[in-house]
Design a protein around this ligand. Structure first.
Ligand code: ADP
Ligand code: GN1
Ligand code: MG
Length: 356
C-alpha cells in the first residue's frame, strides 16, 4: 500500500482501518482511488478518493465550495428516497479538501466522497436505453437544482461556455498566430467565421434575460453518470468539478453532441462523424422526461440550436488550442487538436443538415 497516500487518507473522517487503496475508473482529469476500510473485522466501508487536477482546476477551494453546497442541497431533497447521492467526506479539521505539499514543495489537493456501490460507467454506448437513462440523469440533476439560489454559485472557470467570448479570443489568437499555424487552417477558420452569429446566439439571449441562468453541470458526458450495474437505471451524476451557472441548453447540447455522435464510413474521409438520429431522439426523450415541465418556451425553442452551438464551440476550442501550441487539451500526436477540430466541424455540418 502507498504509505504516503494512506497518511493523506487518514486525515479524513473515515471509519475503520484502511486495508486497501486501488486506482479506480477511467477518468482522465483527476486521479481516482477506491479506499476500503475494515470495521470490527467483518464490516467493510468504501470511499472514493481523488487528487484534484490543478492544471484544469486552478482554484480547488472555490470549486469544492460549489460542490459541497450543491451536494448538501441534493441530499436534503432526496435523502428519504432510495437513490444514492454524492456526499463530501470532510477532513478531521472539517475542511472539504486536504492540502498536501509534495517532496518538491508543490501543493496537492485531495478530497473524499462516499463510494457508490454496484455501479457501471459507460464511455460510449449505442444502446438507446443507456443513452435515455444518461440524459434522464442529467435532466434530473438540473431539475433537483431548479430552486437552488443561483447567487450562491461561484464561477470557477471564467467564461467556460461563453461561446461569444470564445469566438473573440479565437479571432485575437489568429491575429497573433504565435505558432505560425494559421496559414494551414484557412478553410476551417472560414467555416467558423461564417457562423459567428451562432456563437453569439445563446450568450445574447442570456444577456438580455430572455434565457435564464440556472445551476448546471457543464460536462455532460455519459461517463459522468453512474448507472445501476444490473438494470442500467441511473444512480447519480458524478464529476461535479464544473458546476457553475449557465443555460440548461449548454448541458443538453453538449450531452447530445457527445453521446449521439457516430463514426460513419465515407469515401473521402474514412472516419467521418455524424449524428445518430435515433440516439438523438432517445437522449432528448430522456432529458425531457425530467425537464419538460421546467423549461421555458424559449429554452425549448433553442434545444436544437444548442446542439449545433456546443459543437461549434468545441471546434473553436480545439482549433484555438492548436493555434496556440496545444497548451490546454492533452494531445497524443502533433496535429491531434486540428484533427479533433475537423471532426467537430464535420459533425457540425452533419447536425445542420439533419436536424429540423
Ligand atoms: P474525472 O474528472 O477524472 O473524469 P470522475 O469524478 O468522473 O473523474 O471519476 C472517475 C471515475 O471514478 C468515474 O468514471 C467512476 O467510474 C468513478 N467514480 C467517481 N465517483 C464515484 C463514486 N462516488 N462512487 C463510485 N465510483 C465513482
Ligand atoms: C474536456 O476531459 P473531459 O472529456 O472530461 C473539457 C470539456 C470538453 C471535452 C472534449 C474542463 O473534458 O469541456 O467538452 O474535454 N473539460 C474541460 O473532449 O475543459
Ligand atoms: Mg469524469
Amino acid at each position: 500500500m502507498n504509505e504516503n497516500l494512506k497518511n493523506i487518507i487518514s486525515q479524513f473522517k473515515i471509519s475503520g482501518k484502511i486495508i486497501s487503496i486501488e486506482a479506480h475508473g477511467n477518468g482522465i482529469i483527476n486521479n481516482t482511488f477506491v479506499v476500503t476500510c475494515e470495521i470490527n473485522n467483518k464490516m467493510y466501508e468504501k470511499y472514493l478518493f481523488q487528487k484534484i487536477n490543478t492544471n484544469a482546476f486552478k482554484d480547488p477551494f472555490r470549486l469544492m465550495r460549489n460542490i459541497e453546497k450543491v451536494t448538501n442541497f441534493i441530499e436534503n431533497k432526496i435523502k428519504s428516497s432510495k437513490r444514492p447521492f454524492l456526499r463530501v467526506i470532510l477532513t478531521k479539521n472539517n475542511t472539504c479538501l486536504y492540502e498536501h505539499c509534495d517532496d518538491f514543495g508543490n501543493k496537492e489537493y485531495y478530497r473524499a466522497y462516499n463510494f457508490i456501490e454496484d455501479s457501471s460507467v459507460y464511455n460510449k454506448s449505442t444502446d438507446p436505453i443507456i443513452i435515455y437513462n444518461a440524459a434522464k440523469a442529467f435532466g434530473n440533476f438540473q431539475k433537483m437544482l431548479i430552486d437552488y439560489p443561483i447567487e450562491d454559485i461561484e464561477e470557477t472557470i471564467p467564461n467556460f461556455h461563453n461561446t461569444k467570448e470564445r469566438y473573440k479570443n479565437f479571432i485575437k489568437d489568429i491575429e497573433c498566430d504565435i505558432k505560425k499555424r494559421v496559414s494551414t487552417i484557412t478553410k476551417e477558420i472560414e467555416v467558423i467565421i461564417k457562423n459567428q452569429d451562432k456563437c453569439n446566439l445563446l450568450v445574447d439571449l442570456l444577456d438580455k434575460n430572455i434565457l435564464k441562468e440556472r445551476v448546471i453541470h457543464n460536462d455532460t458526458k455519459i461517463n459522468n453518470v453512474l448507472m445501476n450495474k444490473n438494470t442500467n437505471d441511473f444512480l447519480t451524476v458524478i464529476d461535479l468539478d464544473t458546476i457553475m451557472l449557465g443555460t440548461p441548453l449548454y448541458d443538453y447540447g453538449d450531452g447530445v453532441r457527445s453521446a449521439c455522435s457516430a463514426v460513419i464510413k465515407n469515401d473521402q474521409n474514412p472516419n467521418s462523424i455524424t449524428i445518430d438520429m435515433e440516439l438523438f431522439k432517445y437522449y432528448t426523450d430522456g432529458y425531457l422526461s425530467e425537464m419538460a415541465n421546467y423549461l421555458s418556451q424559449v429554452e425549448i425553442n433553442y434545444l436544437a440550436d444548442s446542439i449545433l452551438i456546443m459543437t461549434l464551440e468545441l471546434a473553436i476550442r480545439f482549433l484555438n488550442d492548436y493555434i496556440n501550441g496545444d497548451t490546454y487539451f492533452k494531445i497524443d500526436y502533433p496535429d491531434h487538436n486540428l484533427v479533433r477540430a475537423r471532426n467537430q466541424l464535420n459533425l457540425f455540418k452533419e447536425i445542420e443538415s439533419k436536424l429540423p
